[in-house]
Design a protein around this ligand. Sequence first.
Ligand code: FES
Length: 572
Amino acid sequence: MAQELRSAGWYAGDDRNAYIHRSFMRRGAPDSTFAGRPQIAIANTASDLTPCNSHLSEVARSVRDGVHEAGGTPLELPVVSLGETQVRPTAMLWRNMAAMAMEEMFRANPIDGLVLLGGCDKTIPSLLMAACSVDLPAVVVPGGPMLTGHFQGEALGCGTDVWRLSEEVRAGTLAQQQFLESEQATIRSHGHCNTMGTASTMALVAEALGTVIPGLAGTPAPDSRLLKAAHASGRLAVQLVAEDRRPSTFLARGSFHNAIVALSAIGGSTNAVVHLLAIAGRLGIEVTLDDFDRIGAEVPLLVNLRPAGRYLMDDFQRAGGFLAVLREVRHLLDPEALTVTGRPLVEHLDGARIWDSDVIHPIGEPLQPHAGIKVLRGSLAPGGAIIKPAAASPHLLKHRGRAVVFDSIEDFHARVDDPDLDIDEDSVMVLRGCGPKGYPGMPEVSNMPLPKKVLEKGARDMVRICDGRMSGTAYGTVVLHVTPEAASGGPLALVRTGDWISLDVQARRIDLEVPPDELAARRPSQAALDGFAKPLRGWERLYVDHVQGADTGADLDFLVGGSGSAVRRESH
Ligand code: FES
């Protein structure tokens, strides 16, 4: 060991403090446990209320074995866990709270290194934000996607097919009873959503960043190779401590460049934008919203997975997995960007191969030539907004239509199917009050279901605009993350039903066609103002007072950056 372990600050010496620290942790452990053995915390987001991560305690056992084998002491540390489908009002409201709680517990405890076990949408982002702020050696083990379920002979994509089937019920083309029967088939095994939704995206993006052992992300949760990789990650954590390889020593701008290239090539979730911006902010690395367009827009879409394509994560792994994708875009990657292994990402790609070119397309035959997330600006979104063309309808990427405005998601649900609502497939649906401050928590509501009467005419997509987020498993021509959000006084707050809005993705424009002087004279509607009432107390109050815009990652202003792992005072 090149330097004294951080945990020696608790355990070394003959004084009363060291006695107390050792005696309470000893529980039959030999003296050697406290003498130079790296203390590796296994930050575990397993929870019965986060079903996507419920298998992580089994994964943790393999990590433990690896840590032991390499000469470390494994310590399982349950951390705040967020189950995307269960936590209300939206898991995003709690991402920063989870990251803050994790960071403080990593710092407060006698820990030398970390193995981060995540899966469901917000768990890997919050673990990484915490690890970067505390800057302890860390490696991520993504818990992996579930196996594909089938219903009536058809593969079901978790999330994506729920949207599709529920729209079919509303359109009258699927019986309610059949819809309910499919519920049993959707979740076939342990693991997170099996589409290229946020969980799959963040696992792969974490690997592109360099924080996962290359080749691990995407391994299905029930696959025994996940346990083998977990064991290797435990071993690696001990090595990371020995070599003092902390996040700040290998994560750099090039790492985020690679993550953005990967995000585009896989057709990943738009949620990765806010998460990557927040992670970069914790490291003090300058990554901007425009980097996603500049680096990612010209990257071809190679992965044929739902919601943008046809297949599911099971197929993705069978077809060669993430390294096969990265090998195709190797020339676009930063060759210097390092991984947690100490070697550049590009050095891990030589053995990768595509086994099914309908699932992972070769670079010469992409699904779309320029698939990355596009950043839009204009009079409706001076701070920026994003759209994922890969999930949109090509004929709507340039569109002009009259706004139909909803002041809240409740207002939307109350009126969307009103037969008297003046709306057709050419209208532009606007939903506001769903940004980080406005909701609060920036929920995934931007992909508003279409009005029943539009569905009945056969239309399946319309232009929708919102200051909230969209589920990574959703699809549609949706302009989201509009900044500044309505609750911060952005122009979105001033749109009125009947205004003309123009969208031109090629030109990167989203404009409200209202003269500036008229806009300046407008005030937000009373219904909108009522919806923005500040929470009185607790986390929601802290969140609303300090959360930043989606254009910088929606982190709290006082959590940006890091404090390192030093503890200022000792109470004994
Ligand atoms: Fe957990 Fe989709 S609900 S990953």
